[in-house]
Design a protein around this ligand. Structure first.
Ligand code: NAG
Ligand code: NAG
Ligand code: NAG
Ligand code: NAG
Ligand code: NAG
Ligand code: NAG
Ligand code: NAG
Ligand code: NAG
Ligand code: NAG
Ligand code: NAG
Ligand code: NAG
Ligand code: NAG
Length: 470
């Protein structure tokens, strides 16, 4: 192992936020072989204990952050010039800049990496990711504080499992510090939160779903960032989050990863799912540009305990929250009830499938105009026309099923209807609709793929909701 050359980058935390050195400037330092023990840069400070109650005041501002000018929309522009001209035949088509180095790539010409935000898109996306890291930090600690070791034990989870959750909280402080250092002094701070769970099973299911939309929310924008440097660091944190997600799946007795590909979603989808659990933020909190869509509730969310049932019981109403659609769990029941496992033991793929093509999914959705998020200061909106489809966003696929509307939001303020789980494969032998994935109600069915999925936003009537397909 080489110990003689350590590179410290200010963004990695060598320079605190308050430093006069502008954010993103790189400081290279070398340590000698004799000083191999170097303590890390400081973590960003955050409140150590906060109340977990709903917001009861009056917002001092409302609505998403907006620029002074807003365009009318983004239209499809076709394939960009040059996108299809590389021969892709396994031969080299340009001189190599150095031995063993093929021509091309971004950030490969020796220019010094600068780990900062380069555009409003970068800043807003990274700020959203930071809101996400902050809630996870608070969430993991809250579950451990709220439920005792014996509560966890009754749910089939050991004290070693509790220790792992505590370690995940430490990882979140690191992630929040890293993103804060990229963003600079106005980086969003930690807020106060309010959670829907009442027992360990619901807590674990909530964590499993929160980490999924955190992960998917980042995959949705990662490759679109202007700053490849920021994207690189974010990749190195979101891969950790992905591991947390599958550990929470195992904790609740689900096969850790039934899918072949991890799904990505637009930023406004992640923000819609996250915001309802933030009760208030500090007065000078940096606000976000993203949209909050009307909430979507799955009335018969597939779950470990309902595995194998027909799923046709639309009166079930088995979730404790719209959006995340965490499954209600009676106190004292074991999370592993469906599989006889839990506590981190490996769950086989042979357990009963939670859902299946042809399953009827009953849905309830809100109309726009509800105050949500920090200090009730964001308002749900939609630009879509009437509800016609359910979009299924899973693995590499974006597909639609017709929505049968039984009540529109005009009569009761709540829409109500159902759709049928579709039958498609991502690749042969790989059912696309599986794992912890996303649905939403749309007004039309535009063709979309993972890289242009955010063009769906003007068509979203309500949602997203997390669907527990497997
Ligand atoms: C290296 O590439 C960057 C863009 O990635 C560009 O801005 C810079 O001018 C290039 N530097 C040289 C020396 O060509
Ligand atoms: C839950 O599972 C644990 C370990 O398998 C068991 O000791 C406990 O009795 C179970 N609790 C309930 C309520 O079923
Ligand atoms: C808010 O104010 C505190 C205390 O003055 C300061 O430390 C922090 O950087 C400010 N945060 C933002 C996002 O402006
Ligand atoms: C479950 O137990 C917790 C305490 O462990 C309690 O706060 C909560 O109200 C209970 N939930 C229900 C539905 O009984
Ligand atoms: C999801 O994948 C698992 C493991 O491959 C499989 O057993 C299950 O049937 C799949 N579920 C659905 C809904 O296709
Ligand atoms: C939000 O509410 C908190 C708690 O009441 C308060 O301290 C804070 O100033 C409020 N933030 C804004 C932006 O009004
Ligand atoms: C489902 O339950 C929630 C409360 O848990 C309630 O607000 C909602 O109206 C119910 N929906 C239906 C269709 O019964
Ligand atoms: C659900 O009910 C509908 C209508 O009653 C029926 O056509 C469908 O086959 C049922 N689906 C399942 C999976 O039982
Ligand atoms: C549908 O609307 C009717 C009133 O028009 C109401 O009585 C009923 O409860 C609604 N059903 C659901 C599931 O929201
Ligand atoms: C709901 O009401 C709006 C106006 O309030 C109307 O434009 C729309 O057509 C109605 N939708 C349905 C499905 O009746
Ligand atoms: C699912 O995604 C794969 C991979 O992109 C694609 O080839 C396939 O056509 C998609 N299937 C459907 C039904 O859209
Ligand atoms: C999204 O990308 C696909 C190609 O991957 C293209 O066929 C489709 O038209 C695009 N959708 C829009 C709305 O531009």
């Amino acid at each position: 192992m080489m110990w003689n050359s350590f590179l410290f980058l200010s963004v990695l935390g060598a320079v605190p936020l308050s430093s006069a050195i502008p954010n993103g400037i790189v400081i290279a330092r070398q340590t000698s072989a004799s000083s191999v023990s170097v303590s890390g840069p400081p973590l960003r400070s955050h409140p150590s204990s906060q109340s977990h109650t709903p917001f009861s005041g009056t917002p001092s501002t409302t609505g998403a952050l907006t620029a002074s000018s807003i365009g009318s929309g983004i239209s499809s522009a076709g394939v960009p010039p040059g996108a299809t001209t590389y021969p892709s035949d396994g031969k080299l088509h340009n001189a190599e800049p150095a031995p063993y180095v093929p021509a091309g790539g971004v950030g490969t010409n020796g220019s010094t990496p600068v780990y900062n935000a380069r555009s409003d898109f970068d800043y807003e996306s990274l700020a959203l990711a930071l809101y996400q890291e902050w809630i996870e930090l608070d969430l993991f600690q809250d579950g451990l504080k709220r439920f005792s070791a014996s509560d966890f034990q009754a749910a089939g989870l050991s004290s070693a499992d509790r220790d792992l959750i505590a370690f995940m909280a430490e990882q979140e402080v690191g992630h929040a510090t890293m993103i804060s250092n990229i963003l600079g002094a106005q980086a969003p701070q930690q807020c106060s939160y309010n959670y829907p769970y009442t027992n360990v099973n619901e807590f674990i299911d909530f964590c499993q779903k929160v980490t999924r939309f955190g992960e998917a929310g980042v995959y949705g924008f990662l490759a679109h960032l202007d700053s490849r440097e920021a994207a690189t660091l974010l990749t190195q944190s979101i891969t950790t989050e992905a591991r947390q997600q599958l550990i929470f799946r195992q904790f609740e007795g689900l096969f850790p990863m039934p899918e072949w590909f991890e799904v990505g979603i637009p930023q406004s989808w992640a923000w819609t799912l996250l915001a309802p659990y933030i009760s208030s933020c500090p007065s000078n909190q940096t606000r976000l540009v993203w949209q909050n869509f009307p909430a979507l509730r799955i009335l018969n969310q597939p779950s470990v305990s309902s595995a194998g049932s027909t799923g046709n019981s639309s009166g079930l109403n088995n979730t404790i929250s719209p959006g995340t659609n965490v499954v209600k769990s009676p106190n004292g029941s074991n999370s592993s009830s469906g599989s006889g496992s839990g506590g981190g033991a490996l769950v086989t793929s042979e357990t009963a499938a939670l859902s299946f093509p042809g399953r009827q999914v009953a849905l309830q959705w809100e109309s726009a105009g509800k105050a949500v998020g920090p200090n009730d200061s964001y308002i749900t909106t939609t630009q879509a026309k009437s509800a016609k489809y359910v979009v299924w966003v899973s693995q590499l696929n974006v597909t639609y099923t017709p929505l049968r509307v039984l009540n529109n939001t005009n009569s009761t303020g709540l829409g109500y209807g159902y759709t049928i789980q579709p039958n498609l494969e991502t690749y042969q032998g790989n059912p696309a609709i599986n794992g912890t994935m996303f649905i939403a109600i749309t007004d039309s069915n535009p063709v979309l793929t993972p890289f242009n999925l955010s063009l769906i936003n003007p068509h979203v009537v309500a949602g997203p909701a997390i669907y527990q397909a497997g």
